[in-house]
Design a binder for this molecule. Structure first.
Ligand code: AR6
Length: 198
């Protein structure tokens, strides 16, 4: 059964979790439904704010499960380098999580900053993952919670950025997008199908 999984553009159910897989050259892009803190990947992406003060949503879940060390390292990052710009990234360890790193990505607050900053954040995460030599990375739906961006707009930014950067990646081979709940999953899936299949 395991050998049947991870076929692209179709429903997959074993090994890759439950979700839909797409392919861009050598890179597989898989949409999953679930909790990002449970996902196995070399790095998981946090939907962070510029001060890396991890309150609710994905950030809160990451610190609760990974440990306070992630918040401490985040504060140390801000002390050394200053606040992370919108669209930018910062890296810490992942504490007790299965991942090696947390890449903190600052998305836009919709209505305040342009939604295109989601795409910028995604591009910067992928380039950082490549720089770190990682082969797999898991994204949440950046900016679609507390920061108030609509699922469709954020999904279009994310899918377009992945499609654009993927051909330039030599190390990253697996990009997971982890959606929390049916609504987020279904809306992202529609957009990803349009971008990756047409
Ligand atoms: N796994 C996967 N997705 C999740 C999880 C989880 N465990 N928990 C929530 N989501 P948000 P933002 C979804 O608010 O909009 C924080 O306070 C959620 O349903 O985490 O970028 C930070 O510290 C939504 O679709 O991130 C910042 O201040 C998506 O993840 C601010 O919120 C993003 O929701 C960042 O806001």
């Amino acid at each position: 059964m395991g050998r049947l999984v991870c076929r692209w553009g179709m429903f997959i159910s074993v090994g890759c979790g439950v979700g839909m897989g797409f392919r861009v050259g050598e890179v597989s892009v898989v949409l999953l439904k679930g909790d990002i803190t449970e996902v196995e990947a070399d790095a998981i992406v946090n939907a962070a704010n510029s001060y890396l003060e991890h309150g609710g949503g994905v950030a809160g879940a990451i610190v609760r499960k990974g440990g306070w060390v992630i918040q401490e390292e985040s504060r140390e990052w801000v002390r050394r380098f200053g606040p992370v710009p919108v669209g930018g990234v910062a890296v810490t360890s992942a504490g007790r999580l299965k991942a090696r790193y947390v890449i903190h990505a600052v998305g836009p607050r919709c209505g305040v900053e342009p939604v295109e900053k989601v795409g910028e954040a995604v591009r910067n995460v992928l380039l950082k993952a490549e720089e770190l030599g990682l082969s797999s990375i898991a994204f949440p739906a950046i900016s679609t919670g507390v920061f108030g961006c609509p699922y469709e707009a954020a999904a279009l930014q994310m899918a377009t950025a992945i499609r654009e950067v993927a051909p330039r990646l030599a190390k990253v081979r697996r990009v997971l997008v982890v959606l929390y709940g049916d609504e987020a999953y279904n809306r992202f899936l529609e957009v990803f199908k349009k971008v990756f299949i047409g």
